[in-house]
Design a protein. Structure first.
Length: 218
């Protein structure tokens, strides 16, 4: 077991603003965060979504293209499906023009699903990097063994090996490759090599909220 800290002294506690002042957060995800797998009225609203809605006006989008990103400043891509080439160009330009994106890129998703393998509505088993990370100077490698990530008291604790690992020059690589913070043009991208932590203990969502708060302040 090894404990890896992502700068507890950097951790910012951001209070939830009044509903009328909530900043907008675009959400692009393949995970059942907004709707449950059954799409019933009682099946949606994950713990992560409820936490996000305490602070943000969450706006789900279907693709990271220019029309979807226009006028927006903050984007959460939580293990999104492969994006069309044109959308990747739009996303990269949006970030370079000042956009802020938090990208959860899991190379081995262990999120349990009742949907059959191959079902288009089932989250993909691995983040489909179609060149975006490489364009930003990052490489994502898969796990060498099953790992477990726990966030407690501002620290990331990785049991066994990290679920994924990021490497590359030009970005601030933290927690032995678990997190990469990159300045891209006038914008900022934070990449986390995992998404399963959103399906764990409720306090694990603290990592998500802290990184979004950090992006807002950049």
């Amino acid at each position: 077991m090894s404990a890896l800290a992502v700068g507890e002294q950097e951790r910012r506690s951001v209070a939830a603003p009044a509903a009328t002042a909530r900043p907008e957060l675009a959400l692009l995800t393949s995970l059942p965060l907004v709707f449950g797998e059954g799409f019933g009225l009682g099946g949606g609203g994950s713990v992560a979504l409820r936490r996000l809605e305490q602070r943000y006006d969450v706006v789900p989008i279907g693709v990271a293209d220019a029309p979807s990103l226009s006028g927006r400043r903050l984007l959460l891509m939580a293990h999104a499906r492969a994006q069309p080439a044109e959308a990747l160009v739009d996303l990269d330009q949006w970030v370079r023009d000042g956009g802020r994106v938090l990208l959860l890129a899991d190379p081995k998703l262990d999120w349990e699903s009742k949907r059959a393998t191959g079902d288009r509505l089932r989250p993909p088993p691995a983040f489909a990097d179609t060149g975006l990370l490489g364009h930003w100077g990052l490489t994502l490698s898969g796990p060498t063994a099953d790992g477990q990530v726990v966030l407690a008291n501002g620290e990331i604790e990785v049991v066994a090996n990290s679920p994924g690992k990021l490497s590359g020059a030009g970005c601030n690589i933290l927690a032995d490759g678990f997190v990469a913070r990159c300045r891209i043009g006038a914008g900022v991208a934070t990449v986390i090599a995992d998404a399963d932590f959103l399906n764990g203990e409720p306090h694990n969502v603290d990592l998500l909220m802290d990184e979004l708060g950090r992006l807002e302040s950049r």
